[in-house]
Design a protein around this ligand. Structure first.
Ligand code: FHN
Length: 413
């Protein structure tokens, strides 16, 4: 067991059998969206670059609520286009989308009756972006999930985390969970159609009773809705790896890695540390070969634009998936694990061998497998020559690398 996978109830006997997760077990690849007021300062406060991830700027710079709140009046993302975001997810080959309905700063991207600190009541934009996204996702057949920060809320006087405006000792956290979080979760689950996932995060000191109460609430309103294991106290429908963490070996659980394309989640002007498309394609294959799902983040700007480097990388992943998606979607971990530079997935009597660095001369040496034929997934018309040598299966592929990112060889059993 990988100790960086946060535990949840899917570790109990019967793990991986709950049919409510069937679609998610096959989906493998989702789009995460971190978007909120923090996109305006974009990592800079009072002309000072604030270190760390962009959406944490309020805490890192200890910005008083009265100051931070003013950002709402300036939040006018006129270039926001729900259809364009969902279309990018589609082009990338992503099957589900999870957006920050409320992050730790407490600002709500939806029209909530519980507060005026939301996009409809507090900004000149006045549009409920979750509603627009829900409609676009419905049209395009993308499953929609909402990220909701259940414990930390730096704006709410009783939420966790803000000790610069509020006295921690005076906080009524249980009241906040029951009278604010719960009704907001109910809004999210009753106003936007079928919701695939509620992605809770940073449980911190939430009690077992409070986590259980939220879990029951979600399942009572929408029984099919999955709850991310970051609800806390070992509760939730699937496990969550630490941010950007990929386990070293197969993990026999339902699990997901949330990850960034650069370093931040929320948009940061100065973060140009972009992973390459090749690296991201490897990470996707690596995660799927170990039984997980990849929830890959974009952080749109304050205008509502997904940064171009993210778009380019996601499109490149989509191009790779358009050819090689059969080796990812609906697969399960393959029989060869732990071989450097190779990953395997499998489905329907086929093993998909992912070759990250094509060997010089095109000769692939694998542990012996009862394989009848081999061909490139990108070119089924050409059978590859195979031979057994000792306890090795040797496959002769083209001498030049067929795909510089990741060549998939199909081995038929
Ligand atoms: O604190 C958050 C962070 O801002 C971001 O939302 C990530 C995404 O997985 N989760 C928390 C840190 O683990």
């Amino acid at each position: 067991m990988d100790n960086a996978i946060r535990t949840d109830r899917s570790q109990r006997p019967g793990a991986r059998t709950d049919p409510r997760l069937d679609w998610w077990r096959d989906a493998k690849f989702g789009m995460f969206i971190h978007w909120g007021l923090y996109a305006i300062p974009a990592g800079v406060w009072n002309e000072e670059a604030i270190p760390g991830i962009g959406e944490w700027i309020m805490l890192r710079a200890r910005i008083p609520v009265a100051e931070y709140e003013k950002l709402a009046a300036a939040f006018d993302p006129v270039k926001f286009d729900a259809a364009a975001w969902v279309s990018l997810a589609k082009r990338a080959g992503q099957q589900y989308l999870v957006i920050t309905a409320k992050h730790h700063d407490g600002f709500c991207l939806f029209d909530s009756a519980l507060t005026d600190y939301d996009i409809v009541d507090a900004t000149p934009f006045k549009r409920d972006v979750l509603k627009e996204l829900a409609e676009a996702c419905q049209r395009e057949g993308i499953k929609l999930g909402f990220y909701y920060s259940q414990t930390q809320d730096w704006h709410h006087p009783d939420g966790d985390g803000n000790d610069w405006d509020y006295d921690e000792a005076q906080k009524d956290f249980d009241g906040y969970i029951h009278n604010y979080v719960a009704p907001q979760v109910r809004e999210l689950l009753t106003k936007y159609g079928p919701i695939a996932i509620i992605w809770f995060d940073t449980p911190k000191g939430i009690t077992t009773e409070q986590s259980q109460f939220l879990l029951d609430l979600v399942h009572e309103i929408q029984p099919a809705c999955l709850v991310c294991g970051r609800l806390g106290n070992g509760l939730g429908d699937y496990a969550s790896a630490n941010d950007n963490h990929i386990p070293g070996a197969l993990v026999d659980l339902d699990w997901e890695t949330p990850a960034t394309i650069n370093d931040t989640w929320g948009f940061k002007r100065d973060d140009h540390n972009w992973k390459s498309a090749r690296e991201l394609i490897h990470k996707l294959a690596d995660i799927v070969s170990k039984g997980g799902a990849y929830l890959l983040n974009v952080g749109p700007t304050a205008e509502g634009i997904i940064p171009q480097p993210s778009v380019e990388r996601l499109e490149a992943m989509g191009e790779w998936l358009a050819v090689n998606g059969e080796s990812i979607y609906g697969t399960r971990p393959g029989p060869i694990q732990g071989m450097d530079g190779y990953r395997t997935t499998q489905k329907d009597g086929k093993i998909y061998l992912h070759v990250f660095d094509w060997p010089q001369g095109g000769k692939l040496s694998l542990p012996k497998l009862a394989v009848t034929t081999a061909h490139l997934l990108a070119d089924p018309s050409q059978q590859l020559r195979m031979s057994q040598s000792g306890d090795q299966l040797v496959i002769q592929g083209p001498t030049a690398a067929p795909d510089l990112d990741n060549t998939v060889v199909v081995l038929e059993l």
